[in-house]
Design a protein around this ligand. Sequence first.
Ligand SMILES: CC(C)(COP(=O)(O)OP(=O)(O)OC[C@H]1O[C@@H](n2cnc3c(N)ncnc32)[C@H](O)[C@@H]1OP(=O)(O)O)[C@@H](O)C(=O)NCCC(=O)NCCS
Length: 161
Amino acid sequence: MGQEVTIRLASKSDARPVAEIYLSAAREAFDREPEHFRVPSLDEATSLFMPPGAPDAALFVAEMDGRVAGFAEVLLRRPREEPSMLRPRVLGHVRELGVSEDARGTGIGTLLMEAAAKWALSEGAEAIMVDTGAKNTQARRFYGEHLGYRELGVILIKPLS
Ligand SMILES: CC(C)(COP(=O)(O)OP(=O)(O)OC[C@H]1O[C@@H](n2cnc3c(N)ncnc32)[C@H](O)[C@@H]1OP(=O)(O)O)[C@@H](O)C(=O)NCCC(=O)NCCS
């Protein structure tokens, strides 16, 4: 990697640059699946990441050359109290991950996923999961072939009109 990248927990002032990266991922998702995704306004997107650091959640940012070049939001999912067929285990859940288009392929997404996994482990998680769109081939390659995640389930959908 050419430039130095620092991974740190987000502060309040990171909400806007994180939202900008989120919006560029939203535009890409909308282009792939316009029936399922929308592109929020910048204010809506900023409010999603404000304040950072809700309980059982962490927002990491990657800083490169003094600017935010990527982010990962990870949550802890605790087992439900009622009995179920699912093994009751604490999971880390990477809810959002995004890297600026001009900084992709340089290892930032990998560093963010490592930070998310380390945080989840330190909070008692036994495994870490992420979900992504079936048509997001870039992300599926990244999680599967590059990071070694395996596909566990499939969500099926059909319009009702
Ligand atoms: C998926 C994403 C987070 C990957 O981040 P990244 O910083 O580009 O990934 P890294 O540089 O750490 O890893 C590169 C690896 O991923 C793959 N990759 C994914 N996107 C790539 C890109 N645009 N350019 C080069 N490699 C890419 C490569 O195959 C590479 O694997 P390899 O080194 O084994 O060949 C990034 O492409 C992104 O922000 N995508 C849009 C948002 C999104 O889809 N988020 C995930 C959905 S929840």
